[in-house]
Design a protein around this ligand. Structure first.
Ligand SMILES: Cc1cc2nc3c(=O)[nH]c(=O)nc-3n(C[C@H](O)[C@H](O)[C@H](O)COP(=O)(O)OP(=O)(O)OC[C@H]3O[C@@H](n4cnc5c(N)ncnc54)[C@H](O)[C@@H]3O)c2cc1C
Ligand SMILES: NC(=O)c1ccc[n+]([C@@H]2O[C@H](COP(=O)([O-])OP(=O)(O)OC[C@H]3O[C@@H](n4cnc5c(N)ncnc54)[C@H](OP(=O)(O)O)[C@@H]3O)[C@@H](O)[C@H]2O)c1
Length: 249
């Protein structure tokens, strides 16, 4: 299989000064919701590639990726310069194990994200499997400021479609709002705020927890969940926690 598939940019959508989504038309192989691909651009004669989670569901042929421009980040500062019709390279197939096939059955699936790591959860929420396997799903999006709560319309549409089954809990850590929890996710689990807000308990009998994004949030949340008896999912030793980190801390 070729190293790269050439795709074409359809649109770049800007959410804030730093947050963008890019839509791409590319003939990549079927992927599973929750997986990532690699996006690559030739920069100064070298192919620079980074992993990005699919935001679109596997049935949607328009591939979408949600990203933040990071300071001195070599790829993201080139991605934001792209215009409709420009070429972009993608890995030919999806990769990764942050998928429902790796997550055991439970009553409630918790999806905990920071920043751009909302993306894979939006992809998973488009699938029938998510709704066939879990009676309740709680989607948490933790950001610094309210303006970073992207994809609100898409989340609203999901809430309207699954009113009794989906809860969306925004966390805004650096601003006062009248709707979001002002805390970090592990602290809000530790002090019971998240369960109080949802009315759903996190426990070994009823819960599966997927955690994605900032590696410190992933680490700290796993540690809090472990004090409740939840443990990491391993293929040969199923547990309750499935994680993906977007960078190394
Ligand atoms: C499995 C996987 C999936 C990923 N999916 C996404 C995605 O869907 N969207 C996305 O924006 N990034 C995602 N990333 C991170 C992405 O691959 C790049 O690292 C990021 O876009 C920055 O690229 P860069 O070349 O500009 O800088 P890099 O040199 O790659 O990163 C520089 C630094 O920026 C910080 N950083 C990197 N990514 C993020 C981020 N997402 N949010 C906050 N800080 C960050 C870290 O401190 C990192 O060390 C994913 C990473 C992995 C491993
Ligand atoms: N977002 C911005 O306005 C902004 C501006 C300039 C540069 N950047 C850079 O962009 C990168 C990403 O920023 P981001 O805002 O997308 O992501 P982020 O720093 O991962 O923050 C997202 C959310 O995760 C929380 N968080 C951080 N560490 C945590 C931990 N150990 N446990 C639990 N929660 C934790 C943050 O809370 P806290 O607020 O309490 O940290 C925030 O609510 C960073 O490298 C940052 O320096 C961001």
């Amino acid at each position: 299989m070729a190293n790269w598939v050439e795709g074409r940019v359809i649109r770049l959508r800007q959410w804030t000064d730093e947050l963008y989504s890019i839509q791409v038309d590319a003939q990549v192989a079927a992927f599973t919701a929750g997986q990532f691909t690699r996006l690559a651009l030739e920069i100064d004669g070298e192919m620079v590639a980074r992993p990005y989670s699919f935001v679109n569901g596997p049935d949607n042929p328009v591939h979408e990726f949600y990203f933040i421009t990071v300071r001195d980040g070599p790829l993201t500062h080139e991605l934001v310069k792209l215009k409709p019709g420009d070429a972009i390279h993608l890995a030919p197939k999806g990769a990764g194990f942050f998928i429902l096939d790796e997550v055991p059955q439970a009553d409630c699936l918790w999806m905990l994200s920071t920043g751009t790591a909302l993306g894979p959860f939006l992809s998973i929420l488009t699938t029938d499997a998510a709704w066939q396997r879990y009676r309740k799903i709680v989607l948490v999006h933790a950001v610094r400021t309210a303006s970073e709560l992207a994809y609100r319309d898409e989340i609203k549409a999901l809430l309207e479609r699954y009113p009794d089954r989906l809860q969306f809990i925004p966390f805004v850590s650096r601003e006062d709002t009248d709707f979001a929890i002002k805390a970090r996710v592990p602290a809000a689990i530790e002090d019971g705020q998240l369960e109080q807000r949802t009315g759903i308990a996190i426990n070994t009998a009823d819960s599966q927890v997927m955690i994605c994004g900032n590696p410190d949030m992933v680490r700290d949340t796993v540690a809090v969940l472990e004090t409740r008896g939840l443990k990491k999912n391993r293929r040969r030793d199923p547990g309750h926690i499935t994680t993906e980190q977007y960078w190394k801390s």
